[in-house]
Design a protein around this ligand. Structure first.
Ligand SMILES: Cc1cc2nc3c(=O)[nH]c(=O)nc-3n(C[C@H](O)[C@H](O)[C@H](O)COP(=O)(O)OP(=O)(O)OC[C@H]3O[C@@H](n4cnc5c(N)ncnc54)[C@H](O)[C@@H]3O)c2cc1C
Length: 325
């Protein structure tokens, strides 16, 4: 499974594993849970190439690379607070709660971003870092029919379902989380004592298409049964409250065809760039992929701005860009 991605083009994880003799318990208890967790898609459908990239990074890059990382604060706090401070310290402005509606195009590329409230933000370069569906809605029609936008229209999405269970007693098992095999709940997190007493646990299920039409009560009951199978304390507990969160379009559905359709950060317009976990970074649609794409898009945007034939302010580097010669 750690072969060069070129030999894996068009191949699913299940086929690639079978080719290297992996089957039965090795698949059910190791390869498939790992693939579903990292690709958010079932091995029969998921592309093998990004899975090989995960294996190379996690298992062939030193012991530190294989460590689990568990955020202790909400992701918005983990990422956006520092990012905002850095941008503002460099002279940038961060505007939130302002949906982009479309792009105003001119002869030489994008002239401005048009917000849904009608405001127009003039720009030397634009990086669109929105999910694919949002991207296709805000790119003007003629451009939408060009590469890479046209091929993105066929890319589907895959859901992730999280279930929170408030139990009437402590059920801690001596670790922050637990991998579950054989059921539908895949990971169980110990969220500790609940605010009003009792204990909260939360499950995560990737590639959870089998729950598309299920009711919340049915989903919560299945998760509770999966947890009770391995945790005797859960069997004895009474459920006080449940919360099912469905992210129906959590990531793109990373089939071999979708992986082939993932574009780079460039577009046909010289000052319009793309970022997001769905960009072709070699990795699955993860936070790491989003970060890599963002850095690449920012670099290309700075190059585009620096090549303009007039002096412009480049806030994130805190200097005036030299006009093109
Ligand atoms: C439940 C769940 C668990 C996950 N767990 C993990 C994990 O453990 N590890 C991991 O690496 N990844 C995980 N992921 C995937 C991870 O969240 C994504 O890969 C990552 O958030 C992608 O980042 P992004 O910047 O590409 O897109 P997003 O985080 O989706 O950001 C896109 C932003 O664009 C905004 N937007 C959309 N339309 C517009 C518009 N018209 N104008 C302005 N803004 C707009 C959205 O509001 C959003 O804030 C998980 C995802 C889910 C749903």
């Amino acid at each position: 499974a750690a072969r060069a991605p070129a030999s894996l083009a068009g191949t699913t994880v299940a086929v690639a594993l079978a080719r290297v003799g992996q089957r039965g318990a090795a698949c059910a208890r190791f390869w498939h849970p790992l693939a579903i967790a990292t690709l958010n898609e079932t091995p029969e459908v998921a592309a093998a190439a990004p899975f090989a990239a995960v294996l190379r990074k996690a298992f062939f890059a030193g012991a530190r690379a294989a460590r689990f990382a568990l955020a202790r604060v909400p992701l918005s706090e983990l990422y956006t607070t520092d990012a905002r401070r850095t941008l503002e310290q460099a002279g940038g402005t961060v505007v939130t709660g302002a949906a982009a509606a479309t792009l105003a195009l001119g002869r030489d590329g994008v002239e401005a971003l048009v917000l849904r409230d009608g405001r127009r933000v003039e720009a030397d370069a634009v990086v669109l870092a929105v999910p694919v569906a949002a991207l296709l809605r805000l790119v003007p029609a003629p451009l939408r029919d060009a590469h890479p936008f046209r091929s993105l229209a066929a890319v589907g999405t895959s859901p992730i379902v999280s279930v929170h269970l408030w139990l009437d007693r402590p059920v801690a098992w001596g670790a922050p989380f637990l991998g579950l095999l054989g059921g539908r709940a895949q990971w169980l997190f110990d969220c500790g004592p609940a605010a009003g007493g009792g204990h909260r646990v939360a499950s995560v299920t990737s590639g959870a298409r089998f729950w598309d039409d299920a009711g919340d009560d049915e989903i919560a009951a299945e998760v509770l049964a999966d947890a009770a199978t391995v945790l005797p304390a859960v069997q004895a507990a009474r459920v006080r409250r449940t919360l099912v969160i469905r992210e129906r379009h959590a990531t793109l559905s990373l089939t071999p065809a979708a992986d082939a359709a993932r574009p780079g950060v460039e577009t046909p317009l010289p000052n319009l760039f793309l970022a997001g976990d769905w960009i072709q970074t070699g990795l699955p649609a993860t936070i790491e992929s989003a970060v890599l794409s963002g850095r690449a898009a920012a670099d290309r945007a700075l190059e585009a701005v620096a090549s303009l034939a007039r002096p412009v302010r480049v806030p994130s580097r805190g200097r005036e860009a030299a006009p093109a010669t």
